[in-house]
Design a protein around this ligand. Structure first.
Ligand code: AMP
Length: 291
């Protein structure tokens, strides 16, 4: 497995592979790899001949009061996991490599970025779209994978790719969970044992929302209240939101129909956790979907 820290090197590697007729796949991550990240790698192994995994904790997507400094990092462990998963090359630049001068050039979709998580994290998605643009320009992938876990991010990236005419196909991979339903996340390491036991309340809330819809509930406010109630019943969970939104526009819906995002966020101890379910509702038919 190759390891690059410089844009010029990874670009040379990617271009040489492309010239040899290979399809390049990119999995952007912030490292501290878990099985969710590796599911993205596995999905791209089927779509690309060469899989490049990027590891970069992007300061631009953290607000000053957020966890940029203490975000978990372990490059040795990441190297082992990436290699075992069949990654062909890791691109792990430092901040000076990705931001040689202080960032003033941004890529932003102001509407979608202000909704949902953007309400409490107003500069987060601008940081994501800007860094993903830079990774696309550095690596020039044919296909890139993103997780359903960060559904708003997947919606925004897909919109950005369409709008900017990036020649990159986006693959969205279903959320990988612990046996008790907790979505895998690098931030789960922030949870103490009691908090870890409480955290699956987010998943139970989503399942409750889906069950209500399957039993015929078509009032979004009733579904939201049911989800919020499940989280509120868990003393260590401080709910931030429980929403039923249109999956493509991330806006409220008048009735439970169409492509929907059931999204929850809560603070559990020092961690802010998010989770979601994507459903397509057509009359009485309810089926899972993806951004
Ligand atoms: P991160 O390192 O947290 O920025 O995540 C990198 C990529 O992995 C993003 O596209 C995430 O949506 C995706 N991802 C993170 N956790 C999961 C999970 N539990 N299941 C599937 N994909 C995930």
């Amino acid at each position: 497995m190759k390891w690059f820290a410089a844009v010029e090197e990874v670009r040379r590697f990617s271009r040489a592979a492309r010239q040899a007729g290979r399809r390049i796949g990119l999995v952007p991550t912030m490292g501290y790899l878990h099985d969710g990240h590796l599911a993205l790698v596995r999905a791209l192994k089927a779509e690309a001949d060469v899989v490049i995994l990027s590891i970069f904790v992007n300061p631009l997507q953290f607000a000053p009061h957020e966890d940029f400094e203490r975000y978990p990092r372990d490059m040795e462990r990441d190297r082992r996991l990436a290699e075992a998963a069949g990654v062909d090359a890791v691109f792990a630049p430092d901040v000076a490599e990705m931001y040689p001068v202080a960032a003033e050039t941004y890529v932003e979709i102001p509407t979608l970025s202000a909704r949902l998580d953007g309400e409490s994290r107003p500069t987060h998605f601008r940081g994501v779209t800007t860094v993903v643009t830079k990774l696309f320009l550095a690596i020039e992938p044919d296909v890139a994978a993103f997780g359903q876990k960060d559904a708003q991010q997947a919606v925004i990236i897909k919109r950005m790719v369409r709008e900017l005419l990036f020649p990159v196909r986006i693959v969205v991979v279903p959320t990988v969970r612990e046996p008790d339903g907790l979505a895998l996340s690098s931030r789960n390491v922030y949870l103490g044992p009691e908090e870890r036991r409480a955290a699956p309340a987010l998943w139970r809330a989503l399942q409750t929302g889906e069950a209500r819809i399957r039993r015929g509930e078509r009032d979004p406010a009733a579904v939201e209240a049911a989800m919020a109630g499940v989280m509120a019943a868990e003393p260590l969970v401080r709910p931030e939101y429980a929403r039923v939104l249109n999956l493509d526009e991330l806006v409220s819906v008048p009735t439970v129909a169409g492509r929907l995002l059931l999204a929850v966020a809560a603070r559990v101890g020092p961690a802010r956790l998010i989770d979601n379910l994507c459903l397509e509702v057509e009359g009485d038919t309810v089926r899972p979907t993806l951004p």
